[in-house]
Write a protein that binds this ligand. Sequence first.
Ligand code: NDP
Ligand code: A1CAB
Length: 311
Amino acid sequence: MGYSLCVLGCGTMGIAVLSGVIDSLDTTQRSLTSAKWESHTPGTLTPTGPPDASIPTNFLACVSREESAAKLRAVFTSLGPLGATVEVLASRNLEAVSKADVVLLCCKPQLAHAILGEEGMKEALEGKLLISILAGVTISQITAWVLPSTKVIRAMPNTPCKIREGMTIVSTLPLSPSTEVDRAIILKIFSSIGRCRFLDEKHFDACTALSGSGPAFACIFLEAMADGGVMMGLPRAEALELASQTLQGTARMVLQGGSHPAQIKDAVTTPGGCTIAGLLAMEDGRVRSTIARAIQVATERASELGQPAKK
Ligand SMILES: NC(=O)C1=CN([C@@H]2O[C@H](COP(=O)(O)OP(=O)(O)OC[C@H]3O[C@@H](n4cnc5c(N)ncnc54)[C@H](OP(=O)(O)O)[C@@H]3O)[C@@H](O)[C@H]2O)C=CC1
Ligand SMILES: O=C(O)[C@@H]1CCC=N1
């Protein structure tokens, strides 16, 4: 039998992670047809083959408002049979956490203290794995809000998790009797929705800025490239396609081909050609330091997010 996964605060990121996980399980289910999964009642899939304890089989999603819950039900139902099994609850955090084995904390950083401080929540979380994706809220802060038996881990995913192209950093796991089980659960969740890497918690603010906020920064570059194409007469849709596929292809050359970005740049740059003309224009605009400083400033801001607001 698998386990119950509860997303506490299921907004943009909760949806991205949960829909990616459900999509990955659905793919497994499709590829194994009825060997591993069997449909008992419409919309309910139950594992029947050899049990894998690291696979989530029940899903709970918590929000505060009924209006958000209704939208969420529509989102998950549209994902197909497994999506339809997500139990969406509004203002019933305690009930959901009590039913769960693993809790993914995805609320706003400023709300974590109040949500975890609800009467009975500490007990509901006793002995469970609590994975926080909150920017700027440290493990020691969260640990102080729960019982010692609750295992607190940090993860920093990003929105491409939704299409299983995410990048997630997970804080190095402390040694405990359940370390290997916890590692398997964490890897099953985040490796199924993209790349996953363990790093010391001291790097989390930088990771938050680089890969957590990164999709927003990448989109500025992407939009600007497309705008340039439109300026030169390309239709908007084609300009966007050219820019997106070019960025994706180049990133894949680095990730899969192992090329250094400078090598790829140099290979494109014909002496006296148009690429060097464009590159010099970018350097005139201090594009490298502007982008690097954006990561620096975002890192500094991330470190403030878990702190109480200044009066
Ligand atoms: N957005 C991103 O790309 C990334 C975000 N993060 C982190 O993820 C977290 C969430 O960000 P994001 O998804 O953008 O935020 P959203 O505002 O989209 O989602 C927050 C969710 O929390 C719910 N919520 C609010 N109050 C409660 C409550 N009392 N109990 C239960 N649920 C509640 C909201 O529901 P309702 O609508 O009903 O109020 C909403 O669904 C943040 O901590 C952020 O730092 C990390 C990596 C990337
Ligand atoms: O902007 C934010 O604070 C969150 C954290 C990383 C991405 N979004």
